[in-house]
Design a protein around this ligand. Structure first.
Ligand code: 13P
Length: 251
């Protein structure tokens, strides 16, 4: 049995005062969640605050991006080792917003995945198709291509202990979720794609669904055979809603 995992992605939201309240509410409510791993991925400037508030708790944390380089003259970039310095366990790699708005290619995403693994972080690799790609029947090909780019560079062994998040672009922040059947179909295809290279790695991997996950739809989605939890944007900014989503993973 794979452990369920729910990760909040705050995106570019938050301020020190609100973060404190949100984190304290999460920690207070965590015992109600049961046997589910929970983490939050926050903007870089808040990593120290999150570390100090979560260090003695079961809630893990991480970042939303990292440099593909280990160090050097890369003004404005943040390395995997720096994230490690702030106690990060996770780092999101290849979020669709980074791919679409900041020009991140499959190749760059793969290099970031490798950098994260080299520093002992758990990469959360995001894959997913746009609405146009889905409507033209391209979902399987697009997702396979995104996965293969990382598999080819990092090797399948690097996926042991990594996380893949399927986030259909058309479901992110839109209030429109993939149906449980649609999501399961892509999750199963992802697992098979990895199993083609290593069945053991594929069987142990946590595959998350992301895209307008709410307390009200989480249970049905997380009940699918190949869905091991969620990557949650907007709803992770509201403690009660996020906790309810985490509880939904515990069934
Ligand atoms: P929403 O939950 O706001 O749709 O965002 C999903 C997401 O992109 C998480 O990484």
């Amino acid at each position: 049995m794979r452990q369920k995992l729910v990760v909040g992605n705050w995106k570019m939201h938050g301020n020190a005062a609100d973060n404190r309240q949100l984190l304290q509410s999460l920690v207070a409510g965590y015992p109600s969640v049961g046997d589910v791993s929970v983490a939050v991925c926050v903007p870089f400037p808040y990593l120290a605050q999150v570390q100090s508030l979560l260090a003695a708790t079961p809630v893990a944390w991480g970042a939303q991006n990292l440099s593909e380089h280990a160090q050097g003259a890369y003004t404005g970039e943040v390395s995997a080792a720096m994230l490690g310095d702030f106690g990060c366990r996770y780092v999101i790699v290849g979020h669709s917003e980074r791919r679409a708005l900041y020009g991140e290619t499959d190749r760059l995403v793969a290099a970031k995945f490798v950098a994260a693994k080299a520093a002992g972080l758990v990469p959360i690799l995001c894959v997913g198709e746009t609405l146009a790609q889905r409507e033209s029947g391209d979902t399987a090909r697009v997702v396979a291509g995104q996965l293969d780019a990382v598999l080819d560079l990092a090797g399948v062994a690097a996926f042991a202990g990594a996380v893949v998040a399927y986030e259909p672009v058309w479901a992110i922040g839109t209030g429109r979720t993939a149906s449980p059947v649609q999501a399961q179909e892509v999750h199963a295809a992802i697992r098979v794609r990895i199993a083609d290279r290593d069945a053991w790695v594929a069987a142990g991997m946590q595959l998350l669904y992301g895209g307008s996950v709410k307390a009200q739809n989480a249970g049905e989605i997380f009940a699918q055979a190949d869905i091991d939890g969620g990557l949650v944007g907007g709803a992770s900014l509201v403690a009660d809603e996020f906790l309810a989503i985490c509880q939904a993973a515990n069934r």
